[in-house]
Design a protein around this ligand. Structure first.
Ligand SMILES: [Zn+2]
Length: 369
């Protein structure tokens, strides 16, 4: 089945917490209870999965910058005394800002206006539309932030749709109302907890093309930047490059949508995801390092891209598999090399040509030979 959301996680499916399970569990026993999240979700919410990993860590991958950042945020929640509440309401906290923007966000609405690095991100978006030769005028750029968590009505309408779409376990209207009121009331009295970067530590591309569900089939194409991921890049000194590299990766997914690249891949879901994710990395570095793109330093772009993921990257058979770090590195290098090889330097290849060249290179990117 077609994924409703072509969602590209800021970081993969299984971020490890150096924090370790014991400290989280002792701070918040409620975390040990089973989440109501269903197994096959429309939208991956990596921070939510990472939060669960804190309780049941896997043995894969090393920590990245983003892992460390995540750890710090969870520690801060423990120290402020909010971790038990967060654990008990993680479905709402980790999902509502994402789904609220997906279902209800529009580019002109101030609730979804870019805040941090707004000019830089808006300019990059405009530049990407010029750089890639696809139809992109209909893509709406917006921010997701935590403000929806202050508003019981916004929480309730989002949870209601999530239940209708089967994104979370069934809840009655009364249960939804209670949860919405509980979360909004708590957030209203706990400073800036509502805007904690954990709730929006991601970015994603969405298209409803091919979808038939009346609840979502008319949603416009979107590119949604999480306020949290932008703040995270600032925190580790990549604020100038990171958000733009991520946006270039997400925009590459829109190029893929437009050119039907999602339809041409392997039938195995894990191999299919790996292919489109590695391709998006390659297209991101092609754009970000190209003289006619951002002309950024290739190593900084690659560092920013790779700090983003580690994730599900050892879960080789997961549909969320993004490729191993070394495969991502090779894909990113490939894109930068392609940009560096442009003759004349200002020559930009049609997107379809970049994709075709990437397909030829993919076996080597995967195998390393
Ligand atoms: Zn992606």
């Amino acid at each position: 089945m077609n994924r409703l959301i072509r969602w590209t996680a800021a970081f993969g499916a299984a971020v490890l917490l150096p924090l370790g399970p014991a400290s989280v569990a002792s701070a918040a026993p409620a975390v040990a209870t089973t989440s109501a999240r269903t197994a096959d979700r429309l939208v991956e919410v990596p921070a939510a999965e990472a939060f669960e990993q804190a309780v049941d860590p896997s043995e894969c991958g090393g920590p990245t910058l983003l892992d460390g950042y995540f750890d710090q945020q969870v520690q801060a929640l423990a120290e402020s005394g909010d971790l038990a509440f967060v654990a008990a309401h993680q479905d709402a906290l980790f999902s509502v800002p994402t789904y609220d923007a997906l279902f209800f966000g529009t580019a002109g609405d101030p609730d979804y206006a870019l805040d941090t690095h707004a000019a830089q991100i808006t300019n990059t978006f405009r530049d990407l539309r010029r750089f890639w030769d696809i139809e992109s005028g209909d893509i709406q750029l917006m921010e997701m932030n935590g403000e929806s968590l202050l508003d019981a009505d916004r929480i309730a309408r989002t949870l209601t749709l999530m239940v209708e779409l089967g994104e979370i376990a069934p809840l009655t209207p009364e249960q939804i109302q209670t949860e919405a009121t509980t979360v909004a009331t708590y957030m209203q009295s706990h400073g800036d907890l509502y805007d904690n970067p954990l709730w929006t530590l991601n970015a994603f591309a969405f298209t409803a093309e091919g979808e038939t569900d009346p609840l979502i089939k008319d949603l416009p194409d979107k590119l949604i930047m999480g306020k949290g991921i932008i703040e995270a890049y600032d925190a580790f000194g990549l604020g100038d490059v990171g958000p733009r590299a991520i946006m270039a990766h997400e925009f590459a997914h829109h190029v893929q949508f437009e050119l039907g690249a999602f339809d041409d891949g392997p039938t195995d879901p894990a191999a299919a995801t790996r292919r489109t994710e590695l391709m998006a990395d390659a297209m991101a570095t092609y754009y970000a390092t190209h003289k006619k793109g951002l002309a950024l330093n290739a190593k900084r772009v690659t560092d920013a891209l790779l700090s983003f993921y580690t994730v599900g990257d050892c879960v080789f058979d997961s549909p969320g598999h993004h490729g191993t770090p070394v495969q991502r590195q090779r894909a990113a290098d490939w894109g930068a090399d392609l940009a560096a090889a442009a003759r004349p330097r200002s020559m930009v290849l049609p997107a379809a040509d970049v994709i075709a060249l990437f397909e030829d290179a993919l076996p080597g990117i995967i195998s390393g030979s």
